[in-house]
Write a new protein. Structure first.
Length: 558
């Protein structure tokens, strides 16, 4: 056996995966857990096609079930969980031959048993976070991150995710976001000055402004809002530099390239390489459009890549990093007296913090669907992660009050809808809810707004892009007052189109406003008409004024 294992090891190190798979399958009939783990790992290194995933997942599971109380079996379980999520992320969504509910349920069942037996183990909890994210189980996600924190097993990625996922619920106050965001400083690499390219003196003839994002793509939300300023700036005063942190480029990327002085893809560069490359451009100002979202490069900003650094657009809260100088908002998002709850200095744009350029087709005032349906249709196209239990309770109460209404839900993610369905069934309103799969064509997505009388915003994590889209399509959005930047975006949007009556004070008021609006068809018709007529005249879509305000705010910084 020793000789066989040595041969296995040599083939593995030489990356002769196909030979190793063949040898294991031929030489060992009754495979012990250790061999099953080796075989499954080798399969996934050799190929990540459907058949390889299925075989590997089964082998990892078998390794665990054969020895659930040994370290070897435990390794099989961790591998099983990660392989299931990897398979889920990469599989063809149109392939219905794989029942992921069974795979996820097995992972949940095995985790409960393993936690009781082994107690805390960081890699197991990190793996389970991936499962809970796909199931949209916010309480379990936060439970795992809390365990990691209690055991001092956080790193910059896990801490960032923990902060970000708290945005979906009410567990933290703004002071908590500030505290844990400031903690990020301790987990980010700070390079020594002799490793870094030094800034030259700021004698630029124009103001050099950079933007770093993973989303300079055709239909991404960030790209829409960024287009507003990149298509409307004074090139005699400003030079724009774009840094893409994503391997994939598309037609939208090409459009951005034509709008700016310089475009470079930094996704293949390590942090030090990217920092020095950007520093050589001698920027006056750079914007971080990612924050602590999944594709962030906050470590670059920790090492300062421009003389002034600003957080804007992609993440709606404080970053806590000492080197992030400013956060760009509007007066509706961070109130006077609250600036100390954000580590950055606050830049207030006069009206709204972001502006949408609209879409390249003629707007048509669509009749409210209730005129044809004879019932009110609500809708929310926000990511299912934003639909927490409090949101569901409120929406269920609205559906109960009306009795004959509909709620259309659609998410751009592949997130499971089981959690939502269970709550709707528990509240006896499941027949009033329609789930719509993500559409491939963007125009089909927008056309779905034609089926909605009233859009319902999520809380405390408000919709942004979806609210702009709904208003562009002539659909009013009901939102609720918040307590920080993330939870006040709906307020700012509605205030900027003059619809304060659609900002609920609390959950009870949200239910009352939705119910009253649904019952008063005359008022609803007037409201929809106002949304359609006022939208393009409002700060929400006034791209030229917004761009002017945006760049005026930058001139005072240089």
């Amino acid at each position: 056996m020793k000789e066989i294992l040595e041969k296995f090891n040599k083939l593995f190190l030489d990356k002769k995966y196909s030979e190793l798979i063949l040898l294991i399958e031929k030489s060992i009939k009754l495979k012990p857990p250790r061999i099953l783990n080796i075989l499954a790992v080798t399969r996934l290194l050799n190929s990540r096609d459907k058949n390889s995933f299925i075989l590997a997942i089964n082998e990892f599971e078998e390794a665990y079930l054969k020895e659930p109380d040994t370290q070897v079996g435990f390794e099989g379980l961790k591998n099983y969980i990660n392989a299931v999520v990897d398979f889920y992320e990469f599989h063809d969504v149109n392939d219905k031959s794989i029942d992921f509910k069974i795979l996820f349920n097995n992972a949940l069942k095995y985790f409960v048993k393993a936690e009781k037996f082994f107690g805390y183990e960081s890699k197991l909890f990190i793996a389970m976070v991936r499962i809970y994210k796909r199931l949209n189980q916010l309480d379990k996600i936060l439970y795992c991150y809390k365990k990691l924190s209690d055991n001092n097993d956080l790193d910059s990625d896990t801490l960032s995710s923990w902060i970000f996922y708290n945005s979906y619920g009410y567990g933290w106050q703004q002071k908590d976001y500030l505290f844990y965001s400031k903690l990020l400083n301790n987990y980010l690499t700070k390079y020594s000055s002799d490793e870094l390219c030094q800034f030259t003196s700021q004698n630029n003839t124009k103001v050099k402004v950079g933007f770093l994002s993973s989303h300079f793509h055709k239909y991404h939300s960030v790209a829409y809002f960024l287009r507003t300023i990149l298509e409307n700036y004074d090139a005699s005063k400003f030079e724009i530099y774009l840094y893409l942190n994503h391997k994939i480029e598309d037609q939208g990327t090409e459009h951005f390239k034509n709008l700016v002085k310089k475009f470079i893809n930094v996704s293949s560069l390590n942090d030090l390489e990217a920092i020095n490359l950007i520093r050589k451009d001698n920027l006056n100002i750079i914007f971080d459009l990612e924050g602590i979202t999944s594709t962030n490069r906050i470590s670059l900003f920790k090492n300062r890549i421009a003389m002034k650094q600003i957080s804007w657009l992609g993440y709606l809260n404080t970053l806590g990093i000492d080197e992030m100088d400013y956060i760009m908002v509007d007066p509706n998002l961070i109130f006077q007296g609250e600036q100390n709850l954000y580590s950055e200095k606050v830049i207030y744009l006069p009206k709204i913090w972001s502006c949408h350029p609209g879409f390249q087709f003629k707007r048509i005032e669509n009749p409210p669907p209730y005129q044809k349906n004879k019932f009110i249709t609500f809708g929310s196209f926000n990511n299912f992660s934003k639909i927490n239990d409090k949101v569901l309770d409120v929406w269920c109460e609205i559906l109960k009050n009306l009795g004959n209404s509909k709620l259309i839900l659609k998410s751009s993610s592949k997130g499971e809808k089981d959690r939502l369905e269970k709550i709707f069934i528990k509240n006896s309103v499941n027949d009033f809810v329609v789930f719509v799969d993500a559409t491939k064509k963007f125009k089909d997505h927008l056309d779905l707004y034609k089926k909605i009388d009233i859009a319902l915003d999520t809380f405390p994590y408000n919709g942004v892009t979806t609210s702009f889209e709904a208003i562009w399509m002539g659909v009013p959005v009901l939102t609720m007052k918040g307590f920080n930047f993330t939870s006040r975006c709906g307020e700012s949007i509605n205030k900027n189109i003059g619809l304060e009556q659609l900002i609920a004070k609390n959950e009870k008021d949200y239910i009352l406003k939705a119910t009253n609006l649904a019952n008063d068809k005359i008022d609803l018709l007037k409201l929809r008409k106002k949304v359609f007529e006022e939208a393009l005249k409002s700060p929400l879509f006034n791209v030229r004024q917004f761009s002017k305000d945006f760049f005026n705010s930058l001139e005072s910084l240089t």
